[in-house]
Design a protein around this ligand. Structure first.
Ligand SMILES: Cc1ncc(COP(=O)(O)O)c(C=O)c1O
Length: 366
């Protein structure tokens, strides 16, 4: 492939002179677990997101699992979420012994449709997990209002939206708890796995720290069933360097999305819809077309990467299909047949965008 989905090599070349000394220093300091970079990175993320607490952990999946457990979700409970997301949003609900209840999405933003949530609430519902898909915050105000009225926790899956904003808050900071992934291709990506949970609630923060540390407050005293979920010192050192660039990188992503929009105007494909309710950070640039598969084939032939996020909605995955036999979510099902994500990363050039769009336009037209 000569145009990858995410150009991590270009990003590394740009940041090399800051990254390498930071990593070497962490190596030499030998505090590989719970070291100074981990603590400093937690404080920096809390300050960046405008919250009191940031608790690091091993992955975005763990961030969701810890958040659900800390919110008291357990066997027999239900958690409402979107079917159009990565599996971890819902598998973590099942890992708690609870059941994910899928609610269809908005056809334009691909995020959970707030107007359909209330009908899915039952006496067993404990929480709602909106996902800020492709970097655009879900419409949180009506969801938060529903959660308040029904006594539900609002857990944001902000894995794809680090640095996005909604209602004057950073993504992840609007609900009780926000969950981030630092998977390498994310807007703020580590050089391995990593995750973070943010909250303003002191009690939740305490529960999160205990759960991430083997259920222990005091060494060798274990109060609850916990996990070993840690961000390591080397990843924290890398992420601290990258956090300084996140706003300029996200701004570059918005400019790239705008350039794509201009080159694809009147092409017949549906370009991404920014609802204007918050700040979009374009983790993905995702178009829609009934000729999606032909466009993807043409891109592959031209040496251009592309990806389908997501080809199978979660209620149709074998994992959940049995219990979701009677569930019909037509908007998500149709999106899964039509969406295609094009390469995007802060270093994508105008010439590359032009090349990609020429292939898309011609495949759409034939
Ligand atoms: C929406 C969403 N939720 C959760 C995750 C899980 O994050 P991780 O891969 O860091 O476990 C991801 C990313 O992979 C994601 O995109």
């Amino acid at each position: 492939m000569n145009i990858p989905m995410v150009d991590l090599k270009a990003e590394y070349a740009l940041l090399k002179d800051e990254l390498e000394p930071a990593v070497l220093q962490a190596l030499a300091a030998t505090q590989y677990i719970g070291g100074p970079n981990v603590r400093a990175f937690e404080q920096e993320v809390a300050a960046y997101c405008g919250v009191r607490h940031a608790i690091s952990c091993a992955s975005g999946t763990d961030a969701l699992l810890l958040a659900l457990r800390a919110c008291g979700v357990g066997p027999g409970d239900e958690v409402i979420t979107t079917p159009f997301t990565f599996v971890a949003t819902a598998s973590t609900i099942a890992m708690c012994g609870a059941w994910p209840v899928f609610v269809d999405i908005d056809a334009r933003t691909y995020n959970i449709d707030p107007s359909r949530i209330e009908a899915a609430i039952t006496p067993r519902t404990r929480a709602v997990i909106p996902v800020h898909l492709y970097g655009q915050p879900a419409d949180l105000a009506p969801i938060a209002e529903l959660c308040r009225r029904h006594g539900l926790k609002l857990i944001e899956d902000a894995a794809q939206s680090f640095g996005a904003e909604y209602g004057g808050r950073k993504s992840g900071a609007y609900g009780e708890v926000g969950c981030f992934s630092f998977y390498p291709s994310k807007n703020l990506g580590a050089f391995g796995d990593g995750g973070m949970v943010i909250t303003d609630d002191d009690d939740l923060a305490e529960r999160l720290r205990v759960l991430a540390n083997h259920g222990s407050r005091q060494r060798y005293h274990h109060d609850v069933l916990g996990y070993n979920s840690r961000l390591d010192e080397l990843q924290a050192a890398i992420l601290r360097v990258k956090l300084k660039r996140i706003d300029s990188f996200n701004a570059a992503r918005r400019r790239i999305a705008q350039t794509y929009n201009e080159h694809l105007a009147d092409s017949g494909v549906v370009t991404p819809y920014a609802d204007g309710k918050g700040l979009h950070v374009y983790h993905q640039y995702t178009l829609q077309s009934e000729r999606r598969d032909a466009i993807q084939r043409a891109l592959t032939e031209a040496g251009i990467a592309s990806a389908i996020y997501y080809p199978i909605p979660l209620h149709r995955q074998a994992l959940f299909a049995e219990q979701c036999r009677d569930v019909q979510l037509p908007v998500a099902e149709s999106a899964a047949q039509r969406v295609l994500s094009l390469p995007i990363s802060p270093m994508l050039t105008e010439a590359q965008i032009e090349r990609i769009c020429a292939v898309v336009r011609s495949a759409q037209a034939t």
